[in-house]
Design a protein. Structure first.
Lengths: 259, 267
């Protein structure tokens, strides 16, 4: 009995200790960002590996999600003779929810896991230690540029996801099912609000980008430097990111659309 | 005055004591070896000297500065004058040999590209790998990776170099090359070298002074000749690589007879 309480206590302490370390790590990352103003090339390299290399996945996934939305939405709306509102359904679903959330989940799987594995392996092969001994701060040189790249890439990828998704919905709705294209676009334009819908979706994607990149980098930096440790850290990145995205999505949605 | 002065060093990992009251002096211009069995904390000692770990008690002074009382900026300034050669080489895997060697100078100076090229080629020439400059780290053998790392550690012309197990896992030719390089570099550049190793023959060959560590303490110190003549059985066992002696061949515990007759394994 005592042992159970004790292990529960240890477990709780471990969680708080990790949270504390993660917070301090974030502060170090943020402190390293100003120095990147003079070293834009470091961020550009990372924008390529974090953002551009995730582009194809986001593009294809966005297109299919939009096409499925078009199909499902049409089947429901047509019963009420409201199939011309398909554009509104597709755009609001994507811009408010699916765009930021699904692209963040994909981003965590594609770019987040890669970041964790890369940093974890750099740690286990003593590359980070080696940098420290060469008087190069690995947080400033390696971590902060990756953080900034993730933070910048995520909203852009979410925007691409939503745009391609809407196009996918249009392809199915108009091309396959014969919804009037004028009605599709005009209703979408009338009903999709710039501030309430688009901007709120962008804010969500910014928050998700921040959190996913932070989790991924922290898991890599904090990984036990063995192959098993790095493997576990990579798994944790994907699992924790998914929880964080979905949990935060609820909180943000409640704050934005809760009234 | 010694370059590095370690006094009353205590360091613990959890409840396990790694060092308990270690005193070491590393003299300028000399090659000093820190030897001891695996797991005695030799690498930990280098990390303590480099300020990557903090001691629980005691002080480490490098060139008159207490490493663990320095600010972040001061510590990084000091590290520019300390080279370290990791066991794995710790080369950056995403850039080639040339860029690896150029890395510290690109990070810390604004020298023109032509000058960086000359400096890198000179360092690579010294370790015999000038023509391997376009290879990636994954294309190098273990010995070559360590030589590249050595060239990189020399790049900022440090006052000292710390070698972490430089000879482990090397074939006889690479081993000979590394022994020769470390010796030559130390004399030619008036460096201070610290070699952490358990390769007794190679290390003793080039060291001016040797510390033997075990159980968190300095067991013996002196030149290789003095150590070979030591009256301590432990030192003799270590220096000659005898399989049994004060450090037993068998992991301590129950005797074989008791173990075979114990009922716990029968179930």
């Amino acid at each position: 009995m005592i042992e159970t309480i004790r292990s529960l206590g240890r477990w709780g302490l471990d969680i708080f200790e990790r949270l504390g370390r993660g917070y301090l790590f974030l502060m170090q990352i943020l402190a390293g960002i100003p120095s990147l103003l003079f070293r834009g090339s470091l961020v550009i390299q990372q924008l390529y590996s974090v953002g551009v290399l995730s582009f194809a996945l986001i593009l294809v996934s966005g297109l299919f999600v939009g096409m499925v939305l078009g199909l499902q939405g049409y089947n429901t709306l047509v019963d009420f003779g409201a199939e011309e509102s398909l554009g509104v359904l597709v755009s609001l679903s994507l811009v408010r929810e699916l765009g930021p959330v699904v692209s963040a989940l994909l981003f965590a799987g594609r770019a987040g896991s890669a970041l964790t594995a890369e940093i974890g392996l750099m740690k286990s092969t003593e590359q980070l230690s080696g940098m420290e001994m060469m008087a190069v701060d690995p947080i400033k040189r390696v971590i902060s540029p990756r953080f900034l790249a993730g933070f910048i890439s995520m909203p852009l990828l979410a925007a691409v996801f939503s745009a391609v998704g809407i196009f996918g919905g249009f392809l199915v709705g108009h091309g396959l099912l014969g919804v009037d294209d004028g009605a599709f676009w005009s209703q979408m334009q009338v009903k999709t609000d710039w501030y309430d819908d688009v901007l709120n979706g962008v804010i969500k994607s910014i928050v998700f980008g921040f959190v996913v990149t932070w989790i991924a980098l922290f898991e890599g930096y904090d990984a036990i430097p063995t192959s098993e440790g790095v493997g576990r850290a990579t798994t944790r990145t994907v699992v924790h990111s998914a929880f964080a995205i979905l949990g935060l999505d609820f909180v943000l949605t409640a704050l934005m659309f809760g009234d | 005055m010694p370059l590095i002065k370690i006094r009353d060093l205590h360091f613990y990992r959890g409840d396990k004591a790694i060092f308990e009251g270690v005193n070491i002096d590393i003299h300028r211009g000399k090659i000093t070896a820190i030897m001891g069995p695996s797991g005695t904390g030799k690498t930990t000692l280098l990390r303590l000297i480099g300020g990557q770990l903090r001691p629980d008690k005691g002080t480490i002074e490098v060139d008159g500065q207490d490493v663990h009382k320095l600010s972040h900026t001061e510590l990084y300034e000091l590290r520019k004058r300390m080279g370290m050669l990791f066991q794995s080489g710790a080369l950056l895997t995403d850039i080639n040999v040339f860029e690896n060697v150029a890395f510290p100078i690109r990070e810390h100076t604004q020298l023109p590209e032509s000058m960086i090229r000359d400096l890198v080629l000179m360092k690579l020439q010294a370790v015999g790998l000038r023509n391997a400059r376009n290879l990636m780290p994954s294309e190098l053998s273990g010995g070559m990776a360590r030589r590249v790392a050595l060239a990189r550690a020399m790049m900022l012309d440090p006052m000292m170099i710390m070698y972490d197990e430089p000879f482990t896992g090397q074939d006889p030719i690479s081993m000979g090359t590394l022994v020769n390089l470390i010796h030559r570099m130390n004399d030619a550049m008036n460096l201070t070298s610290i070699i952490v190793s358990h390769d007794v023959i190679e290390t003793a060959e080039i060291s001016d002074f040797i510390y033997l560590l075990s159980g968190g303490k300095v067991i013996e110190q002196g030149s290789s000749v003095q150590l070979k003549q030591s009256s301590s059985h432990w030192v003799q066992q270590f220096m000659q690589g005898l399989p049994d002696g004060p450090v037993p061949f068998h992991y301590p515990g129950v005797s074989l007879a008791d173990d075979l007759l114990s009922p716990e394994d029968l179930s």
